[in-house]
Ligand binder design. Sequence first.
Ligand SMILES: NC(=O)c1ccc[n+]([C@@H]2O[C@H](COP(=O)([O-])OP(=O)(O)OC[C@H]3O[C@@H](n4cnc5c(N)ncnc54)[C@H](OP(=O)(O)O)[C@@H]3O)[C@@H](O)[C@H]2O)c1
Length: 377
Amino acid sequence: MKNVAILGSTGSIGRNTLKVIKNLKDFNVSALFGGNNISLLTEQAEEFKVEYVGSFFEKNKEELKKKLKNNFKILIGHEEADFIYENSEIDVIVIATAGISSYKALIKGLENGKRICTANKETLVAFSPILKKKLKSLPGELVPIDSEHSAIYQILSKAKRNNIEKIIITASGGPFYNRNDLSSITPKEALNHPTWEMGKKVTIDSATLMNKGLEIIEASVFFDLGCEDIEVIIHPESIIHGMVEFKDGSIISQMSIPDMKIPIQFALTNPDRENFPAKRLNLKDISSLNFKEIDQKRFPLIPLCYKALREGGTLPAVLVGADEVAVDRFLKGEISFKNITDTIVKVTKSHKINKNPGEKEIMEAINWAREEARRLM
Ligand SMILES: NC(=O)c1ccc[n+]([C@@H]2O[C@H](COP(=O)([O-])OP(=O)(O)OC[C@H]3O[C@@H](n4cnc5c(N)ncnc54)[C@H](OP(=O)(O)O)[C@@H]3O)[C@@H](O)[C@H]2O)c1
């Protein structure tokens, strides 16, 4: 039996992880951590009879105590969450939190030899210069949940590294890929993703293609690759999630219906595979699969993310900080859709890159970018 802790259990990936674990006989949910949705967190804790329940926010302590009917060990804030990362009874940590809050969970979990299944891309991107150096020496196992990275991970597990020409990650293009006028888009329209059901931030990032840009940097961390090794291609059906091209011209792809429960389940069970008791891909239902090049002029966040990967240092962290604030303002109806991209581009232009940052400098760069984005908006 493997004991699992889920950080961000109340979000889209967290809820899907619980659905997956319900159908896996060898996995037990031991710990759940959420943010502010205490009602859902307590429901989940009661249903899965977990041992530990926590909120990352101090202000939720009393409400959590009041709402829980049974006896649970309650952990509050990032300091108390350390207990989970260091606890030898926990085998797997699923990181399903939003934003840049999961760096400590990632590092401490890996230091303690755990399997870390992470969906969270902002942390991987912001801390990419440090993680690229650190990851190789940590005893734990880092497994991607993001569908594109899961696809590449599955293909590369059977490949010799020096046979790889490049990896190719697919992008649905989001809801506006073919729309000419991007200025009048409302939050409601942008939240309506054509193929995936996700949290609000990642859905907006998908519409600006920032999500795909972040995924390029995320791939460089997971697979230790450079700019020239990572290609992105538009594939509107979201059936092929990732491909690897080899030296001899062969391309191997991974396909499934667009359902995050599939890569979540694989992250938990690999190298084994378990039955997936939901809709599956039926190739006879697909009349065609389409691919086209990304229009980098209309979606400048793609070349900007390639630049951030090339330059490294604090630039990826600045992208993450500026994007976080701009998306939040757009969702509140305070700026236009186009303003998200414009703000991120402007913030990165005025940033002086620190080429060799430590954790403190990366946090400072994120905070600087948040402030600069607010000032510009
Ligand atoms: N959703 C997808 O299908 C998908 C696919 C691929 C990758 N991802 C990535 O996975 C991550 C999570 O995405 P999501 O769509 O699941 O997000 P989400 O639905 O917004 O859920 C975020 C979770 O994080 C918690 N949270 C919010 N702010 C936090 C903070 N400052 N510190 C710690 N926890 C916090 C939330 O708690 P409360 O709700 O209780 O406040 C919730 O449990 C993102 O990095 C995203 O890019 C998501």
